[in-house]
Write a protein that binds this ligand. Structure first.
Ligand SMILES: NC(=O)c1ccc[n+]([C@@H]2O[C@H](COP(=O)([O-])OP(=O)(O)OC[C@H]3O[C@@H](n4cnc5c(N)ncnc54)[C@H](OP(=O)(O)O)[C@@H]3O)[C@@H](O)[C@H]2O)c1
Length: 280
């Protein structure tokens, strides 16, 4: 696995940042000592220190001392966070090569360029991504896009990091909010389905822990089958449903409960909400 020599920063050390950072460290892409993380409450960064990363409650230290800086605050915190960084920023020759990587839902490259324009007046390098928390187990799903200042080598480095934690793909910026509804928010939809399937098992007498494990493994196996066979899910479903059998009866119940329409609506609403969050 390729390794990076750059220092990697995280401004905001919450769930998404930790999914990326811990995945990079555990995967050997970077050494813990290359990672610097900031957040307002140093006590909330204990899990980073356990991994060997360096933590601080000063965001500007991350901006100053790292080469690739992941911005991992909530979208509504971007403006105050950038204002605080601007206030403490000491211009340096390294600013021109600094790469800002955002994970913020709905927040456009243009907004990011505007908020961080104090770093490099001749044009900052910014990459907008939409990752998901499954990166913590190496099965993430990320799309990314860069502004005009970003070089091919910058994109390659970011691809190397994100792809090491699952699947990563460069897309036009116009597609990012739509993918957010599927992949960024998707793990929550799948967790809900796993829990509900397990509850069904418990209702039928399967012990809780076993029901959860079997529901999750079934989801994993079905997902892998879609990816590895390349078959359409409807074809695979037909293969499981023997005429007059048990599965088609269950599938009928899913149709009566509008599962597919509900999931389509969930993705649509989450995509729309993602776009709204960035505009606030
Ligand atoms: N979670 C997901 O599934 C997911 C998926 C894709 C994208 N994202 C994006 O990831 C970003 C973070 O989401 P999250 O789920 O990781 O949220 P989170 O767990 O709440 O993390 C946000 C972090 O920001 C820190 N923070 C708050 N104010 C700050 C400031 N002024 N400077 C530096 N750090 C500050 C918080 O620290 P304290 O806790 O100490 O206050 C917290 O650790 C969001 O923009 C979201 O759109 C999330």
């Amino acid at each position: 696995m390729a390794k990076l020599d750059e220092r990697i920063g995280f401004i905001g050390g919450g769930n998404m940042a930790f999914a990326i950072g811990s995945g990079l460290i555990r995967g050997g892409i970077v050494k813990p000592s290359q990672v610097l993380v900031s957040g307002p409450h140093i006590e909330n960064l204990a899990r980073w220190r356990e991994l060997g990363a360096v933590t601080t409650d000063e965001n500007y230290e991350v901006l100053e001392h790292t080469d690739i800086v992941f911005i991992c605050v909530k979208p509504h915190m971007l403006a105050p966070c950038a204002a605080q960084l601007k206030y403490k920023h000491v211009p340096s020759a390294k600013d021109a090569s600094k790469l800002i990587v955002s994970v913020l839902a709905g927040t456009s490259l243009q907004t990011l360029e505007e908020k961080f324009d104090f770093i490099e007046s001749s044009g900052l390098k910014v990459i907008r991504t939409m990752p998901n928390t499954s990166m913590q187990v190496g099965e993430g799903c990320t799309v990314y896009t860069g502004n005009s200042r970003v070089t091919h080598q910058d994109l390659e480095k970011v691809h190397l990091m994100l792809n090491a934690l699952g699947l990563a793909q460069q897309v036009p910026e116009s597609m990012i909010d739509a993918v957010t509804g599927v992949a960024g928010c998707g793990p929550a939809f799948v967790y809900t389905m796993i829990e509900a399937m397990a509850d069904g098992g418990v209702k039928q007498g399967v012990p809780r822990q076993m029901a959860l494990q079997f529901a999750a493994q079934t989801m994993l196996g079905a997902a892998k089958t879609v990816l590895l066979t390349g078959k359409h899910p409807a074809v695979l479903r037909d293969e499981v449903c023997s005429p007059g059998g048990a599965t088609i009866v269950g599938v009928h119940e899913l149709e009566k409960g509008n599962l597919r329409a509900t999931l389509i609506n969930a993705v649509e609403k989450s995509s729309q909400r993602s776009a709204e969050l960035g505009k606030k």
